[in-house]
Design a protein around this ligand. Structure first.
Ligand code: AP5
Ligand code: ZN
Ligand code: ZN
Length: 214
């Protein structure tokens, strides 16, 4: 399967991705995770993206299209993939269509993580992540066994620099202005499934499974 996950910051894309990934043996391509890794490693790409990401704005289409084009060539992505956080502008969606046409494939489903903005601040400001694995926790909704420590590796957890109430405002603005039109773009193709992303994580997982098995 070839899937796209679209939703505002904190809507649960990164939380559901590993579950879908394991169940369907897909590769998980998250542009945000890839960009954060580039920033941490201080690569030329990371140096370009850092400031924009910290402001909660979108990095340039060319930068992310380049990363995705490269990543989709991996053998593990040939059978299927989950795109998490890409495409985020109509221009990115058009580029993606071109790439897929070359491979004679197309997107099977777009999962729309629909949720009210008002719920997102609490989700974002309570999030803790294990940087190397991408595992996500929440102080209230999904606490680790030991505060500040990853359940699996015992390594310390960290918070994202853009996970403040202040930066969330610009991230939400970018979502409504630049990313919602992408949902309409795929609605015209008839591949969008709308989820109730405000529900508890397990219920969202069940909804995703229903969509993918139908
Ligand atoms: P990115 O990393 O993609 O961030 P985002 O879209 O803002 O999404 P998040 O990762 O914040 O949300 P999520 O839906 O994954 O939430 P999660 O599941 O973790 O992008 C970051 C930046 O990179 C962008 O601002 C931009 O600068 C740049 N960028 C990336 N891609 C780009 C692109 N294509 N073009 C241009 N720029 C790009 O959940 C959040 C919290 O809530 C967690 O703590 C979790 O435990 C909890 N939670 C999850 N689900 C539930 C639930 N159902 N109930 C209760 N709590 C829940
Ligand atoms: Zn995420
Ligand atoms: Zn909107």
């Amino acid at each position: 399967k070839r899937l796209i996950l679209i939703g505002p910051p904190g809507s649960g894309k990164g939380t559901q991705s590993p579950i879908i990934k394991d169940e369907y043996c897909l590769c998980h391509l998250a542009t945000g995770d890839m960009l954060r890794a580039a920033v941490a490693a201080k690569t030329p790409l990371g140096i370009k993206a850092k400031e924009t990401m910290e402001k909660g704005e979108l990095v340039s289409d060319d930068l992310v299209v380049g990363i995705i084009d490269e990543a989709m060539k991996k053998p593990s992505c040939q059978k299927g993939f989950i795109l998490d956080g890409f495409p985020r502008t109509v221009a990115q969606a058009e580029k993606l269509d071109e790439m897929l046409e070359k491979q004679k494939t197309k997107i099977d489903k777009v999962l729309d993580f629909a949720i009210d903005d008002s719920i997102l601040e609490e989700r974002i400001t309570g999030r803790w992540i294990h940087a190397s694995s991408g595992r996500t926790y929440h102080t209230k909704f999904a606490p680790p066994k030991v505060h500040g420590v990853d359940d699996v590796t015992g390594e310390p957890l960290m918070q994202r620099k853009d996970d403040t109430a202040e930066v969330l405002k610009s991230r939400l603005e970018a979502f409504h202005r630049q990313t919602e039109p992408v949902i309409d773009y795929y609605k015209k193709k008839g591949v969008v499934a709308k989820l109730h992303a405000e529900n508890p994580p397990k219920e969202v997982t069940v909804e995703v499974q229903e969509v993918l098995s139908s």
